[in-house]
Write a protein that binds this ligand. Structure first.
Ligand SMILES: O=C(O)COP(=O)(O)O
Ligand SMILES: [Mg+2]
Length: 237
């Protein structure tokens, strides 16, 4: 019997950007296309990565402000439409799952876990990425900010995702990279794993995850620990 058998029936919920996939190259690449159309210099990925996590509108606002050209409110709809149109065509050009992610997903799926995505990205942008990366069949639910009663860090986004996957909030784990994920998990009473390689502005360790992982090889056992006996304090595997 697999050592992961205790995951059967549990729901493992994944944030998308900065957790499951390294999408900064395509997100910031698209932002830089829009900046260039406005005659504004591009942003280095390393500087703009931490702007990701609150949806495309916020990314655009923060990108333009960072370059000293705050986007006027009346221009945002047009800039957002251009961003979405370009990103839709290029959302998986450079975006790839983080190292070990696919193996971890497959191992937990094989053990009977439900898998879901809870992202502040639009659902209509998230599903094509998962499809282009051949990951879509692994997931029981993909819930973007536009498909939930509210967006992370609101807990309703996470609870809605778990329910959409057919799971129970009392037998779930949130896997994320930033404060939006930590906030939703804490408010929903769901154990939290954070990855140390994501896009967070606040160092992941300072977000007080139940377990912090440096590589996806550690995730299945981290979920086992959280689902079989909550650790007394934050751990780093
Ligand atoms: O900001 C976004 O577009 C999505 O962010 P998330 O997948 O980390 O929730
Ligand atoms: Mg994220």
């Amino acid at each position: 019997m697999s050592e992961l058998a205790a995951l059967a029936g549990a729901t493992i919920v994944f944030d998308l950007d900065g957790t499951l996939v390294d999408s900064a190259p395509d997100l910031i690449g698209t932002l830089n296309v829009i900046l260039a159309q406005e005659g504004i210099a591009p942003l280095p990925i390393e500087e703009a990565r931490s702007f990701i996590g609150y949806g495309a509108r916020r990314l655009i606002e923060r990108g333009f402000a960072a370059q000293g050209h705050p986007a006027p409110a009346e221009r945002m709809d047009g800039l957002f439409a251009r961003f979405i149109a370009h990103y839709n065509e290029h959302s998986a050009d450079l975006t790839r799952p983080f190292p070990g992610a696919v193996a971890a997903l497959e191992a937990m799926k094989d053990a009977g876990a439900r898998l879901a995505v809870c992202t502040n990205k639009l659902t209509g942008l998230s599903v094509p990425i998962l499809e282009r990366l051949a990951l879509a069949p692994l997931f029981d639910a993909v819930i973007g900010a536009d498909s939930a009663p509210a967006a992370k860090p609101d807990p309703r986004h996470l609870v809605h995702t778990i329910e959409a996957a057919g799971g129970l909030t009392g037998r779930a784990v949130m896997v994320g990279d930033a404060a939006t994920d930590a906030g939703a998990a804490r408010a929903a009473g769901v154990p939290l794993v954070l990855v140390s390689f994501g896009y967070t502005e606040i160092p992941a360790a300072e977000l007080a995850p139940d377990i912090l992982i440096d590589h996806y090889d550690q995730l299945p056992n981290a979920c086992l620990r959280l689902l079989t006996a909550c650790p007394a304090q934050s751990e780093r595997l």
